[in-house]
Design a binder for this molecule. Structure first.
Ligand SMILES: [Fe+2]
Length: 285
């Protein structure tokens, strides 16, 4: 009985927020610049396309990497300074994000994630992330064995968000996943250095049970800052997955010059470190 009540609340919330998400995304459709991403919603490239010192970035990330937990997934927001500096200074990254999402795009979250394939997750079934247009960038800096692929169903813009009531209710509430092959699906496999950027409004899934390797990656998420402010708490978005603030280890000049940093959620703590997200502390602006 409780499960059915949960399902009802889930459905009502999803319908309310879907109208909000579509309204913001129509504005994004109006300002997007045509690119490879707008044709199919994803792009694969190499870490060398983003960073000028890939070996230093890989080495620094490897030092903070954690072994997978019993759940098969571990996450850390403790990212090294060299990584932050190169991400925030990357012109290519900035251009790709703004081309697709428009000038109001912001860095929404950044974390290190180690995924042990074979893990049981609702993300294994086909889904979108229920946030509308939002870019996710997987920077795979290391792999062990044959890491599981990400499967995508490419779509061109416009591709406005729709809530699939039957599929999403059974996946999230009743844990029943659709893992059947779909016509036109693309399977992206990973090696050390592979970067996958995709719109999480595309139908996608993780092929976790299809191999037994490990994927060590950093995940960066980008979305329209106005939309993010409205839907954080409901949808899986916002710094620290909407549950707090993350530490940005970069020089003040680098942080303030980056157009992808949302200054409204940027604060300093008592040591002068940059905290990005909530709860707010003393403002630096
Ligand atoms: Fe997802």
């Amino acid at each position: 009985m409780l499960k059915y009540l949960k399902a009802l609340i889930f459905i009502l919330k999803r319908y309310y927020f879907s109208t909000l998400i579509r309204r913001f995304d129509k504005r994004s459709d109006a300002v997007e610049r045509k690119s490879q991403m707008s044709k199919c919603g994803y792009e694969i490239f190499d870490m060398h396309d983003l960073f000028c010192n890939v070996s230093a970035v890989k080495s620094a990330l490897g030092k903070v990497d954690k072994q997978t937990s019993h759940s098969g997934v571990s996450m850390s927001w403790d990212l090294p300074e060299i990584f932050w500096e190169q991400v925030l200074k990357s012109e290519k990254l900035k251009d790709k994000v703004i081309e697709y999402l428009g000038d109001t795009a912001r860095l929404d979250d950044a974390y290190l994630k180690t995924i042990n394939d074979g893990v049981s997750s609702v993300s294994e079934g086909w889904h979108n992330d229920n946030v509308g247009y939002r870019l996710k960038l997987f920077i795979v800096f290391n792999t062990e064995g044959k890491a599981a692929p990400t499967l995508l169903l490419p779509r061109s813009r416009p591709n406005l968000y729709n809530f699939d009531i039957i599929r999403d209710t059974s996946r999230v509430i009743f844990r029943k996943s659709d893992v059947n092959d779909k016509t036109g699906q693309v399977s992206v496999s990973y090696q050390s250095g592979t970067c996958l950027m995709f719109d999480t409004n595309l139908e996608h899934r993780g092929g976790y049970s299809e191999s037994d390797g490990i994927r060590h990656c950093v995940v960066l998420e980008f979305m329209c800052r106005k939309k993010a402010r409205r839907i954080t708490g409901f949808s899986p978005c916002g710094p620290r997955q909407g549950n707090g603030a993350i530490l940005i280890r970069a020089a003040e000049d680098t942080v303030f010059r980056s157009p992808l940093i949302d200054k409204e959620i940027l604060n300093t703590d008592e040591l002068g470190s940059f905290k990005y997200g909530f709860p707010e502390v003393s403002s630096v602006s």
